[in-house]
Ligand binder design. Structure first.
Ligand code: ZN
Length: 191
């Protein structure tokens, strides 16, 4: 398992809900936490490790010792949004890139935990932003998509560079072609 980078097709995948919470899923989640902490992130969606499952993990502290801050969010639905705030975002799948994104200030999210229990959570400020960013991943939406056209234009050279790297890795045989990557996602969806 590894964190994939834009424009890997998994990042544009609209994932289906998780049908069963089992040992395999729990081990995936453990591995995702390790990857996220190694990459110094505070959130990681299954899409970002090329898994088409509707789940993500969060630790707003980014500190692996603060396990009480860890959240596993399966099949989330944002059921209410209040206010609006602009803030800076980055993404482990778009390394070294940051942009201003407008999001709801407060949200209420309904989801399942790793024991299959349904829960509701009210969040505001940074944790609310992270959950909105990660929920977007599950629909194949990336933070530059949420930026204004003018602000996104400034990121265009960096996005083109990511695309060029992706193509070069494919040409060098280090990464399978997009159609093979998509076929894998479809296969995993059925598993
Ligand atoms: Zn992200």
């Amino acid at each position: 398992m590894e964190i994939v980078r834009y424009p890997h097709p998994a990042l544009r995948w609209k994932s289906r809900p998780v049908a069963e919470i089992n040992a395999r899923l729990r081990s995936i989640v453990r591995e995702m936490f390790e990857l996220m902490y190694d990459a110094k992130g505070i959130g990681l969606a299954a899409n970002q490790v090329a898994l088409p499952f509707r789940l993500f993990i969060v630790n707003p502290s980014g500190d692996p010792k603060q396990t009480d801050q860890e959240l596993v969010i399966v099949n989330p639905a944002i059921i209410s949004r209040k206010g609006s705030a602009e803030g800076e975002e980055g993404c482990l799948s778009l390394p070294e890139m940051w942009g201003q994104v407008r999001r709801a200030e407060e949200i209420e999210v309904e989801a399942y935990d790793l024991k299959g229990r349904e829960f509701r959570l009210k969040l505001k400020d940074m944790p609310a932003r992270v959950v909105q960013h990660e929920t977007d991943h599950l629909d194949g939406v990336l933070f530059p998509d949420r930026m204004t056209d003018t602000a996104r234009l400034e990121l265009a050279p960096q996005l083109e560079e990511f695309e060029a790297i992706h193509r070069r890795r494919q040409e060098a045989g280090l990464l399978p072609p997009d159609d093979v990557l998509k076929a894998r996602l479809r296969e995993l969806e059925g598993s």
